[in-house]
Design a protein around this ligand. Structure first.
Ligand SMILES: Cc1cc2nc3c(=O)[nH]c(=O)nc-3n(C[C@H](O)[C@H](O)[C@H](O)COP(=O)(O)O)c2cc1C
Length: 179
């Protein structure tokens, strides 16, 4: 197997729509699935973002973004947001809606049942790589809960494999851990 297939071996990953804002206040949304938890304390995530992406430019400019997890009910609309049109037209064109975030000035996607609001912590440039890592500090989260517990089933995540292939989350498996 060719090594370029390595990404598929590290899948499926959560599909997200990252919302960002440029210095003129124009709002962008684009799908991203290189999204990884990095640290509990402080709460940090890393997003692998292509160095020429508008999302990268916007986050460097205004230092905030929201990571809106995509569920099956609006997955095609979310994936359509990768289209290379004037970026601030994507949300309206795909009948998605924005709502105010709790702690950042960048809005979140109303349709998303789980959202991480982030402030830019740092950018890891990864000199020879085509992507860099945008490290975000999570300052607020929105999530579906059932009886006070996070409910992954309710959130109905659609996970990204590669290209246009996605997968549903499977059943829960509980193992004991030797902590
Ligand atoms: C499901 C999905 C996941 C994607 N994940 C990433 C990713 O993690 N990193 C990336 O740089 N591009 C990713 N892309 C491609 C970007 O969405 C695409 O290049 C988009 O046009 C970028 O928009 P922007 O320039 O406004 O940020 C993904 C596309 C899809 C459909």
């Amino acid at each position: 197997m060719e090594e370029k297939n390595f990404v598929k071996l590290l899948s499926p990953r959560v599909t997200t729509l990252i919302v960002s804002k440029n210095s003129e206040g124009k709002i962008n949304a684009a799908p991203y699935s290189f999204v990884y938890p990095f640290s509990f304390e402080p709460a940090l995530i890393g997003v692998g973002v292509g160095k020429h992406k508008m999302t990268f430019k916007n986050i460097k400019e205004t230092k905030e973004f929201t990571v809106n997890i995509v569920s099956e009910d609006f997955a095609q609309q979310a994936v359509n947001c990768e289209e290379k049109i004037e970026f601030y037209k994507r949300i309206e064109k795909n009948q998605l809606h924005l709502e105010d975030s709790e702690k950042v000035s960048v809005p979140r996607i109303k349709e998303s049942k789980a959202v991480l609001e982030c402030k830019l912590n740092e950018v890891l440039e990864l000199k020879e790589a085509d992507h860099c890592i945008v490290v975000g500090r999570v300052v607020s989260v929105k999530a579906a809960e059932k009886d006070g517990v996070l409910d992954i089933d309710e959130m109905n995540y659609l996970m990204h494999e590669t290209g246009g292939t996605f997968r549903r989350v499977g059943g829960k498996v509980l193992l004991s851990r030797k902590k």
